[in-house]
Design a protein around this ligand. Structure first.
Ligand SMILES: [Zn+2]
Length: 311
């Protein structure tokens, strides 16, 4: 039975999330980093074609500055859908480096995503507090539930696993989707033993992914994502998290990072999940024109047959 269960995990479709840009200020960004709405849309299309089922977006203005304006998010989402791309859109409801109020963060829920980030709790990031106090969590969870969306539950600290009852209280049902964020200042140590413990603590039926932000230590980044691939989890890549390819060379772009993990996962026995399969795994529903169009990812090699392997 154990062998059978392990085989199921190994062949389960892998969701690759492309975190395109993050909140890096324009002056700190390197070559290939998408810094304006047009570049974000082009990268979203390219990453979807390379095998990413989820596109994680931080909106930006034409100047390259980040913004939490719902209209900026909505314009990016509409442009992606106009191109016939049905990737699952995942918007950051973070605090934009400390600049966004709770009200501005809540407004992101109405901007056209299917998944909205939900921080599991507060913590000190660098020199400031990332404020996700219980009253804000309740408001955000409630807004996500009311809009029929799904939270991406970001776990920055092991104590953040205690946020689960708060989601249940507003009617957010399993399967829950957890993102373990490791390596940022004030967050989880990027450590494989810690990751193994964390996913062993999740509620039954949960899906989980790892975002490993280890800078120049690419070996640790690779070991954490490989652990997720081998144990039925999912992976996040893209310039928000990593600027190097797995061999340590500079990444030419987000699509190259996605393609590398699609190919590496295939070598480890995990087929890549299409957006449709990702939605089935995460209990999500498509939103926006273009979502019903499955032709795009049929051309891209996404595995539509993998649904049979979902535990
Ligand atoms: Zn982000």
């Amino acid at each position: 039975m154990l062998v059978k269960a392990q085989h199921r995990l190994e062949s389960k479709p892998l969701i690759v999330c492309a975190a395109l840009t993050g909140g890096v200020p324009p002056h700190a960004a390197g070559p290939g980093h998408p810094l304006d709405p047009g570049a974000i849309v082009e990268d979203a299309i390219a990453c979807h074609a390379a095998g990413a089922a989820i596109i994680h977006i931080h909106a930006r203005r034409a100047t390259g500055e980040t913004t939490m304006e719902p209209a900026a998010y909505a314009a990016i989402a509409a442009a992606i859908r106009r191109r016939g791309c049905d990737a699952v859109l995942d918007f950051s409801a973070g605090d934009d480096g400390g600049r966004a109020s709770h009200e501005q963060r809540l407004a992101v829920v109405e901007a056209g995503a299917e998944i909205v980030s939900f921080a599991g709790g507060s913590f000190n990031i660098g020199g400031r507090l990332y404020d996700n106090r219980p009253s804000f969590q309740e408001a955000l969870a409630s807004a996500i539930a009311h809009a029929g969306l799904r939270p991406e539950i970001e776990i920055f600290d092991s104590a953040h696993l205690q946020c689960v009852p708060r989601l249940a209280a507003v009617g957010i049902r399993p399967p829950l989707f957890f993102q373990f964020v490791m390596g940022l200042p004030g967050t989880l140590k990027p450590d494989t033993a810690l990751l193994e413990w964390l996913f062993s603590e999740l509620p039954d039926g949960s899906e989980w992914s790892v975002s490993a932000q280890t800078g120049a230590d690419i070996a640790t980044h690779v070991s954490l994502l490989e652990l997720a691939v081998r144990h039925g989890g999912h992976v996040r890549t893209g310039f928000e998290d990593v600027r190097l390819m797995n061999d340590g060379s500079p990444a030419p772009g987000n699509a190259a990072l996605v393609r590398q993990w699609v190919e590496h996962a295939a070598r480890l026995g995990r087929p890549v999940a299409s957006p449709t399969v990702a939605r089935q795994l995460l209990g999500s529903a498509p939103r926006g024109a273009g979502c019903a169009n499955d032709q795009e990812h049929r051309r891209t090699g996404h595995d539509e047959t993998g649904t049979a392997n979902i535990p």
